[in-house]
Write a protein that binds this ligand. Structure first.
Ligand SMILES: O=C(O)CCc1cccc(O)c1O
Ligand SMILES: [Fe+2]
Length: 318
């Protein structure tokens, strides 16, 4: 059974407000190259680890992790709306295997996902329905968050499950790296409208969604101009995390404390738990016979993102 790992940042600001043309072209070339590799690999199943940004999951009921047995993209920013091709039997068996390992994940038969999933599906994975995909949502916006250690254990359980199935499996993470887009937090929110939106803001009007997206784009413009209170990008921290993941230094990964991650790299650096889970899944599915390396890294303030990518290739030992 062959395996592949692709971890990459997402940023929905792309197209609304962009860095210099050479940076846009560099990222486009990266995306295209990874998409071609995926096409050549021709996965039989994709395990896609991604966060949500208060578009599909809210504080009325926020799970640390959720596997979708069926899922639909809400179509925020420039991403397409519509159903994903979730192989329900595989997703169900995966949830069963994970829960049997004492990782008590949630599951949904009508999961809504946002650009966290949809941008990567659209740009890297051939669209929402090109391949069978098991979507795994990891809460990265609403503290208290599960630990990096738990993300690693979740990934390992899914990787073992994938190996047991013997299918050509692609593990994908969408998110990170250091960044801090203006996502409200219940601890500091005071505006009742904002509180309502993060507690129970499912299916907003198109106007409300657009207003929110325009605020994010405005924040990116201010951040790029150096006129922003948002946490700065943290290239040195990002590169160290890339090194730890590629080296499979699980004790270093497990030692990451949530407060320290926020402090060093901004609140949305927590999206990197998707990289942790996908890499741990790859490791479990591939045994010792795989390698990962840094594919790309650049801090891109216009996109509010420490933008990185790692790729890994392997062949399972049985
Ligand atoms: O709309 C939002 O809530 C956040 C949008 C957003 C911006 C930059 C990087 C990201 O990873 C991201 O998700
Ligand atoms: Fe994000």
């Amino acid at each position: 059974m062959s395996t592949m790992l692709q971890c990459m940042s997402h940023t929905p600001i792309k197209g609304y407000f962009d860095p210099p043309a050479e940076v846009v072209a560099e990222v486009a070339a990266l995306v295209e190259a990874v998409a071609e590799e995926v096409e050549r690999f021709d996965p039989q199943v994709i395990y896609l680890f991604a966060p949500d940004h208060y578009n599909g999951f809210f504080l009325d009921l926020m799970p640390p992790f959720c596997i979708g047995m069926a899922a639909t993209s809400v179509g925020d920013y420039t991403t397409p709306a519509g159903p994903l091709s979730v192989p329900r039997d595989i997703a169900e068996a995966c949830a069963e295997a994970v829960i049997a390992r004492d990782i008590d994940i949630a599951f949904s038969y009508r999961m809504q996902v946002d650009h966290g999933f949809a941008q990567t599906l659209q740009e890297v994975l051939g669209g929402l329905t090109r391949y069978p995909v098991v979507p795994i949502m990891m809460n990265a916006v609403a503290p208290p968050l599960a630990s990096f250690r738990r993300a690693r254990q979740l990934g390992a359980a899914i990787g073992d499950f994938a190996r047991g199935r013997g299918q050509r499996a692609l593990f994908v993470a969408s998110g990170g790296m250091s960044h801090n887009p203006p996502i409200p937090r219940i601890a500091t929110a005071t505006d009742p409208e904002v509180i309502e939106r993060i507690v129970a803001g499912r299916n907003p009007t198109p106007e409300a969604r657009d207003a929110r997206q325009q605020r994010t784009v405005a924040a990116a413009r201010a951040f790029a101009a150096g006129e922003s209170e948002l946490h700065p990008l943290a290239p040195a921290w990002d590169r160290a995390l890339i090194r730890d993941l590629c080296a499979r230094d699980w004790s270093a990964i497990d030692a990451q404390r949530n407060e320290a991650v926020t402090e060093a790299a901004g609140a949305s650096a927590h999206e990197l738990r998707t990289w942790v889970a996908a890499t741990a899944a790859m490791d479990a599915a591939s045994g010792a016979r795989w390698d990962a390396s840094e594919r790309y890294y650049r801090p891109i303030p216009e996109w509010l993102a420490g933008f990185g990518a790692i790729s890994g290739y392997g062949r399972a030992t049985h």
